[in-house]
Every structure is written in structure tokens, then in C-alpha cells.
Design a protein around this ligand. Structure first.
Ligand code: GLA
Length: 518
């Protein structure tokens, strides 16, 4: 009987395992994953060594209050230094929060360093003081799809706490935004939300669930985060609460005085004011008005238009002073149509640029309420692979990344989808390009995005019910020669290829790669 050569046998097993886990680029790619409750976890756990995340470029307006928390992963405690910080700004080395007053007009390249007991990392951040904000798409959380008209001050504070404790802030999530229903309503099932709409000077009054707005924004700011608020140019908001009609400037001043950094301005009952006038000017009027009011105030307020795409808002949103605009209706009603909504949104790709973003609505995964019932949150039935596709699409399209699930119930899988810094880097790329669909064979499509460093991010999306082999040739991407391929979700370098990339793409899922010229 032939004797077993154990060394050879073990080497063969090892080789076979490696082939299964890391097949050559160009061949079908079997992605390596951990599992959680039967769902693949694509994103590896962050390293203990500091990794500075967040945008490479940050806009602010001279003389306005400045607040920026350096997003950084790694074992805590991490201590920070920043070289070249302009006059007027100061860093808290323990928290990495930079505060102060924005410097004079100009560009300031600062070098951030983060150190802990395991190592260090360094990164440049370009602060541009001028008239532009949101030089990369805003990232944060909005209460709507978790709490609807049940929102309270306590829930907002809790969301801010979780944004820090969950690690979301460490990959760049920053805004903690109240949506509708913080004001009083003429009528509502909850008596705590019914009361005088304004005081005798016409100042808008929050309802009893929001006893002290200034204290709330202060709480959020103390964590280095920013606070957002919502209103409508109409008499009433979509939820039937007080709108800003004929109090636009007074309300905007109030928001700034309270310390808000973000305003969502939702058309809602304004339709009754605009009446039969369907002209472009009529669609623009309230947004132009609020845009110029915000420009005149002494605070940086990111301005988010919500009018569902009317009058091709992507063509004029920037001109009326907005930083992002919803391109469609409420995504909560269309969660089974993520791919279609994204493909439609990407048609407006040429209107996406730094400071001006198309907004296909929130990231609705994890524990979210059913939009038609405004129900209490339940775990999304969306397949795991599709959730990764959803996030990849939003990043490729340079969409605002505003999560809208229940922060108090964030589970490991949802965080895995939300918090992959390699993937978020695609969203936050300073070039601000929205990806282009380059091919759309049956039930699948490929999107490509040019990145500021000359690399390309490519998403292969499979809409089918079964896994599918998909591929892309370098010629289809206007590339030639050797390219280094990185699998962004698994944060894995796959090697070099001269011609193409092919992979097995999960049903209703994605393979997201970045190609660097070798
Ligand atoms: C509209 C908006 C939603 C949300 C609700 C609040 O439907 O599109 O995002 O703000 O109003 O009532």
C-alpha cells in the first residue's frame, strides 16, 4: 500500500482552501465572509490600530461656528494631534473634536494624526473656508422611518449617543436630524403634540416632547456631532404640524439660534399655496426664498430640498442655494424597488458635484417602520445581499448617507452594512461624481465611478433570483494595462489583472471593487 505523504497531503488541502478563498483575479471570485444569523458579514472587524476616516475635504463659511469630530476607528483611547490648524480653531486631543470659528476665506491643509497603544495613522484634511458647504455628501441619521410622529427629545439624544457608541461616527456619520412632528399640530392623537403653534411674537413653538431645543443641539454638539431640523414652506407639514408659511425668516433665525446645522424643507401643503401654478418659478419660489435666508445667517446650515423631484430639481437645486435635493418620492413606499429607484436617480448623474447632491432618500435597513402604517420598527425583510447592494448604490451615486432605522436597535449585521470605511470612501470621494451605468444586460448592471485619485470604483449588480457570473473588461471601463483589484466590502486585495474582472455576484446583490492602475 502506498504510504501517505502527509506534508504533500496537507499542502494540497491548504492549496485547495486558498483557491476556494482567494481565486485568481479574472476567474470567478468566491468572496470570503463571516456569518451572523445566517447573513454574511462582508465588512471585516476594524483593526485595533487607528484608522482615520471621513472626508478628505471639508467646507465651511468664514466667521461661522465650526465643529468637526475626526472620524477614527481603532482601540480606544486614541489621542489626536492636528498640524496646521488655522487660527480660531482648537482641537480636543482626547476626543478629536475640533471647534471654534471658521477661518478667513482660503484653503487650509491640516495633517491629522491619531495614536493609540497599538499604532498610529496620519491623514490630510483640506478645510475650505468659502461659500460652499457639504463638499462631500452629508452623512448622518434622520428619525422619520423609525419614529414617525412618536419622536421625542429623548430619542434624539439616544440616537446621538448610539452614533458614537456604535462606531458610526468613527466612519463619518455626523448629522442627527429631527424630521417632522417636533412642532405643535392643530390636531393630533397625542395631546402632548397639540398646543399653541406660535407665541404672541410669532415664534414657532416646539411641542411638549421637545422642552428645550437649545439644550438638545448642545447635547449633540458636545459629542462633536451636528443637529438637523425639518419644516415646510406650507402652512402645515406633511404630518399636519406647523409649517413656516409667512414666518420663513423668523423660523430660520430661530433654527439657527437654537443651533441647528441642517434644514430639510419639505413641500407638503405648499401645493395649496402654489395652487394651479405649475411653472418652474412656482416650484422654485419657496426654495429660493429659504436659500437666500440661510445664506444671510451666521451659521453653516446644510440645506436639503424635499419636493420629490418636481420641476427637475436636480437642474436648479444648486442655483437656489441647496446642498442636496430629493430626486423622487418617499423611498419608504418603494423599498422593493431599490434598483429601479437607483437607476432613475443615476440618470441625473451630471448634476452631482461637490456641494450639490442628488438625494434618493434614506438608507432604510435594520429596524424600520412600515411607511404606509407609520408603524413601530420591525427588522427589515430585505435580503442581506440586497442591503449591501443598496449601500453600494448610494455610495457609487455620491448620495447623502442618512440612515433612518431605529438607532436603539442597531444590530451587528446592519452596522456591518452601514460602517465599511472602504465603501464609504467611494461616497465621500472629493471629485463628487455620481457613477455611470455602463452596461445593463438582463437582470444585471454595472456602474462605474471615477475617483479623485484616478482609480475607479465599479459595482456589479445582480437583480436576479440566483447568483450570476458577471464580468467587466478593462476596455469597457476605458482602462488598459495592469490594474490592482480591491474588493471593497471584504477589504481584500485580489491581485492584478490585465484585462478583466469576473465574479460570482450573489442574487439581488453586489460585488464592489476599486481598480488602481499598476
Ligand atoms: C414627506 C417626506 C418624508 C418625511 C415626511 C414627514 O413625506 O418626503 O421624507 O419627511 O414628509 O411628514
Amino acid at each position: 500500500m502506498e504510504k501517505i505523504n502527509w506534508c504533500k497531503f496537507l499542502a494540497q488541502i491548504f492549496a485547495l482552501t486558498m483557491i476556494l478563498l482567494f481565486p485568481a483575479v479574472g476567474g470567478a471570485t468566491q468572496m470570503m465572509s463571516n456569518e451572523k444569523d445566517g447573513k454574511d458579514l462582508y465588512t471585516p472587524a476594524p483593526s485595533a490600530i487607528p484608522r482615520i476616516n471621513g472626508p478628505q475635504v471639508y467646507g465651511c463659511r468664514p466667521g461661522h461656528p465650526f465643529i468637526y469630530r475626526i472620524p477614527c476607528q481603532g482601540e480606544k483611547p486614541v489621542s489626536f494631534t492636528v498640524k496646521g490648524l488655522p487660527k480660531g480653531l482648537k482641537l480636543d486631543p482626547q476626543t478629536g473634536i475640533i471647534t471654534g470659528t471658521s477661518p478667513a476665506k482660503g484653503q487650509y491643509v491640516v495633517i491629522i494624526q491619531a495614536v493609540n497603544s497599538k499604532g498610529q495613522s496620519k491623514r490630510a484634511l483640506r478645510i475650505i473656508a468659502g461659500d460652499k458647504l457639504a463638499l462631500t455628501p452629508p452623512m448622518g441619521w434622520n428619525h422619520w422611518y423609525a419614529h414617525y410622529d412618536r419622536i421625542t427629545d429623548k430619542m434624539m439624544r439616544e440616537a446621538a449617543d448610539v452614533m458614537i457608541s456604535s462606531g458610526m461616527a468613527d466612519v463619518g456619520y455626523q448629522y442627527v436630524n429631527i424630521d417632522d412632528c417636533w412642532m405643535n399640530a392643530p390636531k393630533n392623537n397625542d395631546p402632548q403634540r397639540v398646543g399653541p403653534l406660535r407665541d404672541d411674537k410669532g415664534n414657532i413653538l416646539p411641542n411638549k416632547h421637545f422642552p428645550d431645543m437649545k439644550a438638545l443641539t448642545g447635547y449633540i454638539h458636545d459629542k462633536g456631532l451636528k443637529a438637523g431640523i425639518y419644516t415646510s414652506p406650507g402652512t402645515l407639514t406633511c404630518g399636519g404640524f406647523t409649517g413656516a408659511w409667512q414666518h420663513e425668516e423668523q423660523d430660520a433665525r430661530q433654527f439657527v439660534d437654537w443651533g441647528f446645522d441642517f434644514l430639510k424643507y419639505d413641500w407638503c401643503s405648499y401645493g395649496q399655496i402654489a395652487g394651479k401654478d405649475k411653472s418652474l418659478e412656482a416650484y422654485q419660489k419657496p426654495y429660493r426664498q429659504m436659500g437666500s435666508i440661510l445664506q444671510s445667517l451666521d451659521r453653516d446650515v446644510v440645506y436639503n430640498l424635499c419636493q420629490y423631484g418636481m420641476g427637475d430639481v436636480w437642474k436648479w437645486g444648486g442655483e437656489v442655494g441647496a446642498h442636496c435635493w430629493r430626486t423622487s418620492g418617499d423611498l419608504g413606499f418603494e423599498l422593493d424597488r431599490i434598483f429601479d429607484v437607483a437607476l432613475k436617480n443615476s440618470e441625473h448623474r451630471l448634476n452631482s458635484k461637490p456641494g450639490e447632491w442628488n438625494d434618493p432618500d434614506y438608507i432604510q435597513i435594520g429596524w424600520i417602520g412600515n411607511a404606509s402604517k407609520m408603524g413601530v420598527p420591525e427588522l427589515t425583510p430585505m435580503p442581506a445581499s440586497m442591503q449591501y447592494a443598496y449601500m453600494s448604490l448610494w455610495c457609487l451615486m455620491a448620495s447623502p448617507l442618512i440612515y433612518s432605522g431605529d438607532m436603539s436597535k442597531l444590530d451587528e449585521f446592519t452596522l456591518n452594512v452601514l460602517c465599511n470605511p472602504d465603501v464609504i470612501e467611494v461616497d465621500q470621494d472629493p471629485l463628487g461624481e455620481c457613477a455611470m451605468v455602463i452596461k445593463r444586460p438582463d437582470n444585471s448592471f454595472v456602474m462605474v465611478k471615477n475617483m479623485a485619485d484616478g482609480s475607479k470604483a465599479v459595482g456589479l449588480f445582480n437583480r436576479g433570483k440566483d447568483a450570476a457570473e458577471m464580468g467587466v473588461d478593462w476596455s469597457e471601463l476605458q482602462l488598459s494595462g495592469k490594474q490592482e483589484v480591491r474588493d471593497l466590502w471584504h477589504q481584500n486585495d485580489l491581485g492584478v489583472s490585465e484585462q478583466k474582472f469576473t465574479a460570482s455576484v450573489p442574487a439581488q446583490g453586489v460585488v464592489l471593487i476599486r481598480l488602481y492602475k499598476k
